[in-house]
Design a protein around this ligand. Structure first.
Ligand code: ADP
Ligand code: MG
Length: 305
């Protein structure tokens, strides 16, 4: 399904088709929205997450990406529309309830204890024990062995699981968090801008594990403002803009170039370019062409039908 929206009046139309499209979706939003008091952060959003597929949520700062995933991860509740898990309407009060349904979220500021070893962080809050009653204690050997196996299963090779997790690179820590979610039975993995603070090489490593999680059958929601990263692993692309869906397209329906243009906010960049042309010292010829930026998506129809 491709939809572009310049007018914000398409909600009902998309909601009808989404109901047919979303067969087999683990998580689905239908015409969903969220207001914080009188601030409408999100409105008329349709989203479906399928097993073994990566759904990318793109958008500029303030577009509503975090608000959207906070609804799915149980931190906030939607105030409009529907939220379904396995086809059933849900309304989570806590992230624990989302986790119980297999929806795991890896936040940008990872909830790890930097000075604790890697294996200890892997099991943080869900430690393995042996014995019972007063003899119950941590099963350290089993935890080390399991963490090592699970990381290897995901293709993550760390020299030493005894090293404090704080000594790993940001990318490696993201990978441990992904492997952990997979091990603890996540069906949906939400990643909030996992590559935002990373260099090119580390970003590549994280993208590789997003693909590994997908290949294990998880539905992944990958939030990013980088269309290049999204396009490397994405099966579906949802671009948010000022709280509404500006584009929702399968991979076959949108090229990287078109996705980049949607992200750049074509018309706005063109206007900015015009303003900049009046400022000395800015070489506007170096900026992207207006025509490229405003090119419509093939088959998109610009939502005016
Ligand atoms: N807790 C909140 N209270 C009031 N407004 C909020 C709150 N969280 C987000 N917003 C507003 O909602 C809009 C979307 O924010 P957010 O979802 O964080 O966007 P993104 O993650 O895409 O940068 C912004 O205008 C932001 O100021
Ligand atoms: Mg955010």
């Amino acid at each position: 399904m491709t939809s572009t929206n310049g007018t914000g009046t398409h909600g009902a139309v998309i909601a009808d088709t989404a109901a047919d499209q979303a067969d087999g979706a683990i998580v689905e939003l239908r015409n969903a929205g969220k207001s914080y008091g009188n601030i409408r952060a999100l409105h008329g959003v349709d989203l479906a997450v399928y097993p073994g597929k990566v759904t990318c949520v793109l958008g500029d700062n303030g577009a509503g990406k975090s608000t959207l995933i906070k609804i799915v991860s149980g931190l906030h509740q939607h105030t409009e529309g529907e939220f379904l898990v396995d086809g059933q309407p849900v309304r989570f009060s806590t992230p624990r309830e989302a986790l119980d349904k297999g929806i795991a979220t890896v936040y940008q500021d990872l909830a790890t204890v930097p000075l604790m070893p890697v294996w200890r962080n892997f099991f943080l809050g869900s430690e393995m024990t042996r014995g019972s009653g007063p003899l119950r204690r941590l099963d350290i050997e089993k935890m080390k062995k399991t963490a090592d196996e699970e990381l290897r299963n995901m293709g993550i090779v760390l020299d030493d699981l005894e090293q404090p997790i704080g000594t790993l690179s940001g990318g490696q820590r993201q990978c441990v968090a992904i492997a952990r979610a997979v091990y603890f039975g996540a069906r949906v993995l939400i990643l909030d801008e996992p590559t935002a603070a990373l260099g090119v090489k580390q970003s590549g490593v994280v993208l590789k594990y997003i693909a590994a999680a997908r290949d294990r059958g998880l539905g992944v929601i990958f939030i990013t403002h980088n269309p290049h990263h999204a396009y490397m692993v994405g099966d579906h692309f949802s671009v948010l803009r000022l709280g509404t869906l500006e584009l929702s397209a399968d991979r076959s329906e949108v090229s990287l170039e078109e996705l980049t243009n949607h992200m750049a906010g074509g018309a706005e960049l063109a206007a900015l370019k015009h303003e900049l042309s009046q400022v000395r010292g800015v070489d506007v010829e170096e900026l992207p062409e207006e025509a490229d930026l405003t090119a419509p998506v093939a088959g998109g129809g610009e939502g005016k039908s």
